[in-house]
Design a protein around this ligand. Structure first.
Ligand code: SAH
Length: 246
């Protein structure tokens, strides 16, 4: 018992030291390439255990989640946690959603390859990257300036040419590029923002968390100018704040 504990502790320490040394000693690139296989294995485990095992079967979506390096969307000190089964802090009191929730919300939108999608709440840019691999164009809005700047730069470096980022208030949507085939909101609103319903195509789908203390994911389909909604899952998201970009 004691010996096993010691082995586990020594192993954990070695891992931490190696990761720390690689990150400090050489540059970031060599740290990433040294750990690539490890991240690949963790990502495979995430898809199998958290996503496939819970009933997400869309092969295009599973491939995208197997491909996108989620650890590059979180702060350096949290990279080893990037494939865990929960949300993670990304700074400014905001979070990147749990991998399963990203998969669930994306699948619920039934994205077609020629869709134009609006996302509210860019955050780390991870969800936008997932959408961009499935749809033709993604428009994403973030209200916190440093998060907007960082996500725009990150997505640019990763060569996502079909994502447009905007700094602004998601309650207003992005009328210049409306109407959208699909809309996803990744922060919780007290009610469905009307501007977003206006900017959704007839027959289009929208998914968003609604509520304050207790929240539910709502899937809506627009028919004859109205959004027909259905509650699909209890969730916990950061609030969709009102007001100008800060
Ligand atoms: N989709 C993100 C996670 C979103 S967290 C990802 O993949 O990482 C929710 C984000 O919504 C936060 O970054 C928060 O700053 C942003 N947000 C909150 N209110 C907003 C608003 N009114 N307009 C645009 N973005 C908003």
């Amino acid at each position: 018992m004691k010996r096993n504990t010691l082995i586990v502790l020594t192993g954990m320490l070695t891992v931490l030291l190696c990761a720390g040394q690689a990150a400090r000693g050489t540059d970031f690139e060599s740290y990433l390439s040294a750990n690539k296989e490890r991240f690949d294995r963790m990502r495979e485990g995430m898809v199998k255990r958290q996503i496939e095992a819970r009933g997400i079967h869309d092969p295009r979506l599973l491939k995208v989640m197997r491909d996108i390096p989620r650890h590059l969307f979180v702060p350096l000190h949290l990279q080893l946690k990037a494939y865990e089964d929960g949300p993670l802090e990304i700074g400014h009191d905001q979070t990147i959603s749990q991998p399963y929730i990203v998969a669930f919300m994306t699948e619920a939108l039934e994205i077609a390859p020629d869709d134009r999608v609006l996302e509210i709440g860019t955050g780390s840019g991870y969800q936008a990257a997932v959408l961009a691999r499935l749809a033709a164009e993604v428009y994403t809005i973030e209200i916190v300036e440093p998060l907007y700047q960082q996500a725009k730069e990150r997505l640019g470096q990763m060569d996502y040419r079909n994502i447009s980022c905007k700094l602004g208030d998601g309650w207003k949507g992005w009328p210049e590029f409306a109407p959208f085939d699909k809309i996803m909101v990744t922060a919780a609103a007290a009610h469905v923002p009307e501007a977003l319903v206006d900017q959704l195509k007839d027959g289009g789908r929208m998914i968003l968390p609604v509520g304050e203390k207790s929240q539910n994911l709502i899937v809506g389909v627009k028919r004859g100018g109205r959004l027909i909604t259905q509650e699909v899952l209890p969730v916990r998201f950061v609030p969709l704040v009102k007001g100008e970009a800060k």
